[in-house]
Design a protein around this ligand. Structure first.
Ligand code: G16
Ligand code: MG
Length: 217
């Protein structure tokens, strides 16, 4: 029986990947590193620090930057990203998300956010979704996806066994994290890309309630 559902944020609840891309691209351009949308796919679900390391490696300049300088670049990117998402509100919630939240609440199932983003609490509040959320994982001191830590932290918080949890993700790294955690994985996106997920739907609004019904029994 399912007792907890852990939702990823970007690509599941809302679409911030364009804003992440613009902020990373602006930073990369300033260092003469050319990144495109295809490269951006490899940044989805990846932490801020791991993302900047990937970008600098991609430009073959990682060794040119001290730890302090890397930190400064992370701050520049984040300041720009925060500006880009500052107007996010209820209109930015993906279709079907609130219905799912209401369905899980009705069935006494806890709802947690398992995002790599340190900006998750801000977005959840601005989209007025905090009324549904029982717990937001703080990813700061946890290993990033594909490590299972973010998902396991949510299960541990409630003392619920991972086998009684569902994780919902749009990134390959996130599906890996959910599967390693021992939870049921639901992928949102391309079936070919998310082939390791237990279930995959094109969008969150297309999740099959009949399948959920079997799990919550
Ligand atoms: C999100 C995005 C990633 C981003 C990460 C960290 O992950 O998909 O591109 O790098 O959060 O975000 P921040 O810099 O805001 O802490 P998720 O797990 O919500 O898909
Ligand atoms: Mg995501």
């Amino acid at each position: 029986m399912i007792k907890l559902v852990v939702f990823d944020l970007d690509g599941v609840i809302t679409e911030t990947s364009e804003q992440h891309f613009i902020a990373w691209k602006t930073l990369a351009d300033s260092k003469n590193i050319v990144i495109d949308r295809e490269f951006n796919e490899s940044l989805k679900g990846v932490s801020r620090y791991d993302s900047i390391v990937k970008i600098l490696k991609y430009g073959n300049v990682l060794d040119d930057y001290s730890k302090e300088e890397v930190k400064k670049l992370m701050k520049i990117k984040n300041d720009n990203y925060v500006k880009l998402i500052s107007k996010f509100n209820e209109d930015n919630i993906n279709g079907g998300v609130e219905d799912l939240f209401i369905y899980f609440k009705k069935n006494n199932i806890k709802i947690a956010i398992g995002s790599a983003s340190r900006n998750a609490p801000f977005l959840i509040k601005n989209m007025k979704l905090d009324v549904y959320i029982d717990y937001i994982v703080n990813p700061l001191n946890l290993d990033g996806k594909p490590s299972p830590d973010i998902f396991l932290d949510a299960a541990n918080h409630f003392g619920i066994s991972p086998t009684e949890c569902i994780g919902i993700e749009d990134a390959i790294s996130g599906i890996k994290a959910i599967n390693t955690a021992g939870m049921i994985s639901i992928g949102i996106g391309d079936k070919k890309i998310l082939k390791d997920a237990d279930y995959v739907y094109d969008s969150i609004g297309e999740i099959d309630y009949k399948v959920l019904e079997e799990m919550v029994k």
